[in-house]
Design a protein around this ligand. Structure first.
Ligand code: ADP
Ligand code: MG
Length: 356
């Protein structure tokens, strides 16, 4: 779901507010409007990729994510092992987005009797594989039966020095907008999987045979978290002014930074990094490649801003693209096309696209 700020939530027949009109972020705002903090060590609560808790000379970063069958994953083409891996990675990514180091996680499951122990073994093999790769300790969780389907909730703790934490709120007009890796391939991978869906069967040992689209499908089924960027940036001597991970698509995430930082933005369409074959496939699906990057989501790359003075330090770093700059709030949020047109940046996240 995406935010519809300028519309009043419509009422259902019963006079109650519909969730569809409120949108995900409208709902979070509404549910949390009376939340107050009692502890001064809660440095940042709701509104960033992770909460930030003072722990003396360090801070603790805390984040949680819920994956629901039929909403976030489809078991007809998502192997259990990949699902476990992805559930862990999306949480690790939120710690990377705060410029922190992921350390411990808990994993909770709600599972119906439709699933075998062997299937859940596979799921856990994926979780453990991610924990091994990213050096995260699995320290607990909860297990429940479920009426229907599978839900996985992962919570993660990370750590950072207080001065190293990067919030969504630190961008200033003039800052350069940067993105790691390339965008849009995870969404094209999803489209390929949806197209091929009918040929798959639910089988814990299934490995989809989809040769030729390995990169796009891999980006969708088995994303990685950019924990490497923290060290890369330390090496360049640049500290981002703001940062977020790209779970819902570039447009939605840049708007989160704009909202939290009280700025506008200019993105340059031609600068958005997109894999060449993904561009070709996007055209086959009659999608403008930049739209896959802006609205597709699930690439789990990092979007961050740096001071203009850091341009020389960042401009030639492999795997980082400068795609625009922040502006004053009054200058709006636009993407400039190669022929010079200004298009408003609109958050049409992953769920929004799916519902189409
Ligand atoms: P992300 O995409 O990085 O996982 P979300 O968009 O899911 O972040 O959430 C945005 C913010 O809202 C986060 O700070 C998150 O902790 C908070 N949040 C989400 N759902 C709830 C909820 N039900 N109650 C309280 N806070 C929530
Ligand atoms: Mg995030």
């Amino acid at each position: 779901m995406y935010e519809k700020k300028d519309k009043k939530p419509s009422e259902t027949k019963s006079g109650l507010t519909s969730l569809a009109e409120l949108g995900e972020f409208g709902l979070i705002d509404r549910l949390t409007r009376d939340v107050r903090h009692y502890h001064p060590d809660t440095l940042k609560g709701i509104g960033d990729d992770a909460a930030v808790i003072d722990a003396g000379d360090k801070v603790i970063l805390l984040s949680t994510d819920l994956l629901v069958e039929g909403i976030h994953f489809d078991l007809t083409y998502m192997p259990f092992k990949h699902l476990g891996y992805k559930a862990a990675v999306v949480n690790i990514s939120d710690i990377a987005a705060m410029n922190g180091i992921p350390k411990q996680m808990t994993v909770s499951l709600a599972v119906s009797s439709r699933f075998s122990a062997e299937a859940l073994d596979e799921l856990y093999a994926g979780v453990v594989m991610a924990c091994n790769k990213y050096k995260v300790d699995l320290v607990g969780g909860d297990t429940s039966s479920n009426v229907k389907g599978l839900m996985i909730s992962v919570s993660i703790i990370g750590e950072a020095k207080k001065e190293d934490v990067v919030y969504r709120s630190g961008a200033m007009p003039g800052d350069l907008i940067c993105v790691t890796g390339d965008l849009g391939s995870a969404y094209i991978g999803l489209l390929i999987l949806e197209r091929e869906k009918s040929v798959f069967q639910v089988d814990p040992n299934m490995q989809p045979e989809l040769s030729g689209f390995d990169y796009q499908i891999g980006r969708q089924l088995r994303p990685e978290a950019r924990t490497d960027i923290r060290n890369l940036l330390i090496g360049t001597g640049v500290k981002p002014t703001s940062m977020i991970d790209i779970s819902d698509g570039l447009a939605s995430e840049v708007l989160h930074i704009c909202k939290q930082s009280n700025t506008g933005c200019r993105l340059f369409e031609a600068k958005i990094p997109i894999d060449e074959y993904t561009k070709e496939l996007a055209k086959e699906y009659k999608i403008i490649p930049s739209v896959a990057a802006l609205s597709g989501g699930e690439d789990y790359e990092l979007l961050f801003t740096v001071k203009q003075d850091d341009y020389e330090k960042i401009k030639d770093v492999a795997g980082i693209s400068i795609i625009g700059h922040m502006t004053a709030l009054s200058e709006g949020k636009y993407m400039i096309t190669p022929d010079g047109k200004s298009i408003p940046v609109i958050a049409q996240g992953w769920d929004g696209m799916r519902a189409k």
